[in-house]
Design a protein around this ligand. Structure first.
Ligand code: ADP
Ligand code: MG
Length: 238
């Protein structure tokens, strides 16, 4: 018996970007999710960490509407945008076209889409690659394009599944800066799946640890963010 509910904005209050209650999912006889309760508050970054195979991507797919045989309650504010470990760009579309495609569902006209795409490319430091073909990009550049495409529609919820998993350590660090900058500038709620605990602490307001099919630990992270100019720790630099 399924009690799945996938609902949109009206079903969550304005303080919640995503919520699951009692989320369960099995593959055959194996129960991967045994009742997951999680909240992504509006505008907050929540990291979900856990061992490989613990079910992180399964949770993310349920929130993204890419799974239909789970049970429990799954609610998101609006249509979430998703970026995966592999950038998944269309090779026959230029960088700016790939980003602009993120607005097709929003029904924006071509000129509006193009302007928004260029704006986002500027934010991720890739304006100069706007007319390049995806196959000429480095891994870090391609992932920045995928993230720009996910964010161009200004969603209330962004789902990132190991977005830097395929990148080298130095590129990962610079990608963290790009994300912190974007998070500080936009108000989206973010669920960031990662197996890298350092990355989770560096980026998130809250870290959830998935163990044995449920959230076993929840840590609030209260670090000043380099881009949060309102943090008192940074007042002396203002
Ligand atoms: P994580 O993202 O934490 O590494 P996943 O959510 O991808 O883990 O997978 C959780 C478990 O479910 C793993 O044991 C995986 O093998 C299994 N699994 C995931 N997708 C499928 C599938 N389509 N069919 C069978 N088993 C699956
Ligand atoms: Mg995964």
């Amino acid at each position: 018996m399924s009690t799945t509910t996938i609902t949109t904005e009206s079903a969550t209050d304005s303080t919640t970007a995503a919520r699951t209650r009692g989320l369960r999912k099995s593959f055959g006889d194996r129960e991967v999710l045994a009742g997951v309760d999680l909240d992504v508050p509006a505008g907050k970054v929540v990291a979900l960490v856990g061992r490989s195979g613990s079910g992180k991507s399964t949770i993310l797919r349920a929130l993204a509407g890419l799974s239909d045989d789970h049970t429990g309650e799954v609610r998101t504010a609006g249509d979430p945008s998703v970026a995966f470990q592999e950038p998944r760009l269309f090779p026959w579309r230029t960088v700016r076209q790939n980003v602009a495609d993120g607005l097709v569902r929003a029904g924006a006209d071509a000129a509006t889409r193009d302007a928004a795409a260029l704006g986002l490319l500027r934010e991720v430091g890739l304006e100069h690659r706007a007319d390049a073909w995806p196959l000429t990009l480095s891994g870090g550049e391609a992932q920045r394009v995928a993230i720009a495409r996910a964010l161009v529609s200004d969603p209330q919820l962004v789902l990132l599944d190991e977005p830097f998993g395929a990148l080298d350590a130095l590129t990962r660090l610079s990608m963290q800066d790009v994300l912190l900058d974007l998070f500080a500038r936009h108000g989206f709620g973010v669920l960031l799946v990662t197996h890298d605990v350092h990355e989770a602490v560096a980026l998130a307001d809250e870290v959830l640890v998935l163990e044995d099919g449920a959230i076993a630990h929840r840590l609030e992270i209260d670090l000043p963010r380099p881009h949060d100019r309102t943090a008192p720790e940074f007042a002396r630099y203002a």
